[in-house]
Each structure stands twice: as C-alpha cells, then as structure tokens.
Write a protein that binds this ligand. Structure first.
Ligand code: GRF
Length: 195
C-alpha cells in the first residue's frame, strides 16, 4: 500500500492535527503526515508535531504583503515535502482562490457545525443562542467560498440542558477527532471525491 502524503495546516493547539497523526500511525491507515505548517509561530500544535518526529514549518502571514504571496510560501513548503493531500485543522487564515482551485479535491477542512448551518466563527455560541437540539461537526472538501464545498463526513451531537459554550464545544471536539481521520481515510483511498 502506498500511503498518501499529507500536509496539515494549523494555527493553534492542533488537537485535530494530533488526532490525524495518531490515526496515521495505525498500520493499515492509507495516509501519512509528512509536514505540519502553522501561520502562528507560537501554535501549541507545533510542539506536538515536532515531538512526534514530524517536520514542521512556520509561514507567518504577517511577513507577506498579500494573501497570494502568503499562499505561495505555504505551497513551496507543501511541494518540498511532496504533499498530495492538505488538511486544514483549525487553520484561521483564508486562502486565495487560485490556491484553493489548485488543491480542489485534495484539500479538506474541519468545521465545528453541521454545515451548511453556522458557517464562520463562534458556531457553538450561535447554536446555543438559537436553542437548537442537535449540533455537530463537518469534514468537507475546500471550495473558494468560506466553509463551503462537498461534505465528506458529519457527526451529530445532542445539545443538552445546561450546556454552555465550553461543554458543547468539548462534546463536538470529541467527534471532530473521530471523523477527521475517517474522512481523510475516505479521500486517501479515493472513496470520496470532489465531483
Ligand atoms: C476546531 O473546533 C475546528 O473544528 C475549528 O477550530 C478548532 C481547532 O481546534 N476549525 P484544534 O486546533 O484542532 O484543537
């Protein structure tokens, strides 16, 4: 089995990235994580990746004058590492449309809501404010428009009486860590495609 070479983009603690790294260590997993790139020099996830022997790179968006040149610097890292699939995992910068188009069908994102509901930020607070009974998370192929693109896997969680943002986020996060490796497996095996 040739394993697909995966690059992960993060901005923060990187718990989804960690879940992907852990899953990729299982013998029959069809993907390996070959680089973790952060736009934030202090991202906690960089420490986890390095301590697991995964090459890391920082591409600080503040050092680039445009979204395009920032993206080109990220792509240079991806190409050097021979990346075939990109996973956005708590990556908090928008990527330019040409970048997204080049990686069409080969770039995934995880979002903490049942898309198309609650695109954007503060998803848990908005779900609570609306009084929804069911919330969840989504792994999807990335398309140029924010938090859009074909859905690969979703997981639902109940919103329970007494939930606050923190308790709901924790319940959703547990599912994120389960479905992201599942979705990456489907893409790496060619069983999920951007039509
Ligand atoms: C996750 O909830 C993810 O869905 C969202 O940002 C958060 C990142 O968490 N896009 P982590 O960095 O993976 O721990």
């Amino acid at each position: 089995m040739t394993r697909k070479r995966v690059g992960i983009l993060i901005s923060g603690r990187g718990s989804n990235m960690s879940a992907l790294v852990e899953s990729s260590r299982v013998a029959d997993y069809p993907a390996e994580i070959v680089i973790v790139i952060s736009n934030e020099p202090d991202a906690g996830g960089l420490t986890f990746a390095a301590s697991h022997g995964i090459p890391t790179a920082v591409v600080n968006h503040r050092n680039y004058s445009s979204r395009e040149t920032f993206g080109e610097a990220i792509e240079a890292e991806l190409f050097t590492a021979g990346v075939e699939i990109v996973c956005l995992a708590g990556f908090m910068r928008l990527l330019a449309t040409p970048f997204v188009e080049r990686w069409r069908g080969r770039m995934l994102n995880i979002h903490p809501s049942l898309l198309p509901a609650y695109k954007g930020l503060n998803t848990h607070a908005r779900a609570l404010a609306d009084g929804v009974k069911t919330h969840g998370c989504t792994v999807h192929f990335v398309a140029p428009e924010l938090d859009s693109g074909p859905i690969i896997v979703q997981a639902e969680v109940p919103v329970l009486p007494g939930d606050d943002e923190k308790s709901l986020a924790a319940r959703v996060l547990k599912e994120e860590h389960r479905i992201y490796p599942e979705a990456l497996r489907l893409v790496a095996e060619g069983r999920a495609k951007f039509a």
